[in-house]
Ligand binder design. Sequence first.
Ligand code: SF4
Length: 286
Amino acid sequence: MPGYPALPGKPPACDLCGQDAVFLDRVRGCHLCGDHFLRDVEGRVRHTLWEYRLIRPFERVAVALSGGKDSTVLLHLLRKILPVPGDATLTAITVDEGIAGYRDATLRLAREMAARLGVEHQVVSFRESLDSMVAAGGEHPCTLCGIHRRRALREAAMALGATAVATGHNLNDEAQTVVMNCLRGDLRGFTRSPVRDPAEGGLRRIKPLFRIPEKEVALYGMLAGIFHDLPECPYAGTALRSEARRMVDRLEYLRPGTLGRIVRGQEELAALCREMPGHPGNKGWP
Ligand code: SF4
C-alpha cells in the first residue's frame, strides 16, 4: 500500500478514529484509515482550489483526461468538489498522440470514467501521429509529445469556450520540474508558478493536485475504486525527467517533506517574480 510499510501483525490505528490505518503520513507523522485518508485528500484539493481561486463561478473548465491515475483522480475529485452544475461546467478532453499499443487502453478507460461521472468527453488527435514524428527523427519523443499535446489541448479547450484547462500534475511532477529547470539552467522556468500559469489567449492552465504526492494520488485512486494498472508509454524512461524522478524520490525517502519544500520554494520564488514589473505573471491573474 503506498505510503505504508508492510508490517506483520495488526496495523496501527487511525489517529482520528481508531480504525485500522491504511496510510502513514511520514511528513505529518500521523496514521489514517481509508475514510479519513480520502477526506484528507479531498480537503487539501478543496483548499488549493479556494486558496488560489483556481476555478471561477460558472466558467467552463476543460479537464485533461489521459485515462491514467492522476487525470482520473483529478476528474473524480473535481466532480465531487464541484457537484452543483452552477459551480463550473467540466468537459474532459483526451488527446490521442498516436502511440501504437499504448493509447488504446487508456482511451477506453477515459471514456468509461467520463461516462461514469456524467462528464462530457471529447477525444482529439495529433495532426500527425507521434510514432511517425519519432520515426522521422529530430526532437526527443517526450519533447515533441509535450509541445503537440499542449497545442491540441489548448485548441480543443478554446473551441469549447473553456477559460481554464485543469491538468493532473501532482507534487512529484512539480518537484521534478523544478529540478529539471536547475539541470537545464532554465532561469525562466524558475519564474513560473507550480499551480497555475498566466492566461494565454484567455485560457489558464491550473493544477489542482500540485500539493498531493504521487503515492497519495495512487492510494486515493485505489480506495475510491478508480485505479487501473495501465501499460507504460514505450517512450517513457529515457527523458531527463526520469533522472529527476529518481533524484527527488530518493531525497524524499531519506528526508520526508523534501518534495513539498522544493515546490514551496518554487511557489515563493514565482510569487516574488510576479511582483517584478513586466513579468508575464502580472497579466491574466487577479
Ligand atoms: Fe508523451 Fe513521453 Fe508521456 Fe509518452 S512518456 S505520453 S511520449 S510525454
